[in-house]
Write a new protein. Structure first.
Length: 238
C-alpha cells in the first residue's frame, strides 16, 4: 500500500488483526521494513511496517525533511488508518522517530521499544573535532572534501545529505523525561554505532524503562541475538 505525504509516496504494510492496539515498527537508516518484518509473528496485535523515504519502495525525493517531518508522517499515516492506540518499536533511526511520537502522542502510545536507538547527544573525541575543523578549512579553500563524512553520509546524494545532517544534529535528550509509557531498551553489548552509554542514558532519563543488554551483539542486536530478542519483545508486547 502507498500513502501520499507532502507529495512523497510512502510504502507501508498493514496487517489488520482486528486488535485494539497496533504495533508500529520503525526501521533504521538505510534499511527498509523487511529488516523488522519477522516481528509480525511475535505479536497478536495489528502490525504496521513502513519504508522511510528515500529507502525501500518509498519515494526518493524529499523537500527539506527533518526528523520531525518523519515523525509527523507516521502520525498522519496512523490517523489515516484510524489507528488510535499503538506500541512503537524503533531500531536506530527508527528509535529517534519513536521517541518523538511517544512524546507528541502520549495518550495513544501504550508501550515503547528502543532497539540500539539513536537520538541522544553523542560523546565526541578530539579526533572528531579535528576532522570537522579540517573539513571546514578545506572547503573554505576550495579543496576536495568529497571523502569527508560517514559511510551513511557518503552514500547519499547532495540533496539527501542536507536531510541527513539535520537528523544527526538533532538531539532528543530533552524529550526523554516526558516519555510516560512503559519502555524497553534493547542494545547490543558490542554496538559501536550507538554505544552502550546511550542505552544507559536512555534508561536513566526515561522513568518507566527497563534496559536489556544483549551479549555478543552489535548495532543489529535483533539479528545477532534473534532468539533472545524475540522472546523479550514478545513478552513485553503481550
Amino acid at each position: 500500500m502507498r500513502y501520499d505525504y507532502r507529495g512523497c509516496k510512502i510504502f507501508y504494510k498493514f496487517l489488520d488483526r482486528k486488535s485494539e492496539v497496533t504495533d508500529v515498527f520503525l526501521h533504521g537508516w538505510g534499511c527498509d521494513y523487511s529488516s523488522l518484518y519477522f516481528c509480525r509473528s511475535l505479536t497478536k496485535n495489528n502490525c504496521l511496517f513502513v519504508d522511510f523515504p528515500p529507502f525501500g519502495s518509498s519515494g526518493k525525493r524529499l523537500d527539506d525533511w527533518n526528523v520531525f517531518t518523519y515523525a509527523n508522517m507516521i502520525i498522519s499515516l496512523c490517523e489515516s488508518l484510524k489507528i488510535k492506540n499503538f506500541n512503537l518499536i524503533g531500531h536506530s533511526f527508527g528509535g529517534r522517530i519513536a521517541i518523538i511520537i511517544s512524546v507528541l502522542c502520549k495518550k495513544e502510545t501504550k508501550r515503547l521499544v528502543l532497539v540500539d536507538s539513536a537520538g541522544v547527544k553523542p560523546r565526541r573525541k578530539l579526533s572528531y573535532y579535528i576532522k570537522v575543523w579540517t573539513y571546514k578549512i578545506r572547503k573554505k579553500l576550495g579543496l576536495d572534501v568529497s571523502k569527508y563524512g560517514s559511510c551513511d553520509y557518503l552514500a547519499l546524494d547532495v540533496h539527501m545529505r542536507k536531510v541527513f545532517n539535520s537528523i544527526v544534529n538533532t538531539h532528543l535528550d530533552e524529550f526523554l523525561p516526558y516519555i510516560k509509557c512503559d519502555t524497553l531498551i534493547i542494545f547490543g553489548e558490542d554496538d559501536r554505532t550507538t554505544p552502550i552509554y546511550m542505552a544507559k542514558r536512555l534508561h536513566k532519563k526515561i522513568k518507566n524503562s527497563k534496559m536489556l543488554i544483549l551479549q555478543d551483539a552489535g548495532h543489529f542486536s535483533f539479528v545477532d541475538r534473534k532468539l533472545e530478542f524475540s522472546e523479550n519483545l514478545k513478552r513485553f508486547l503481550a
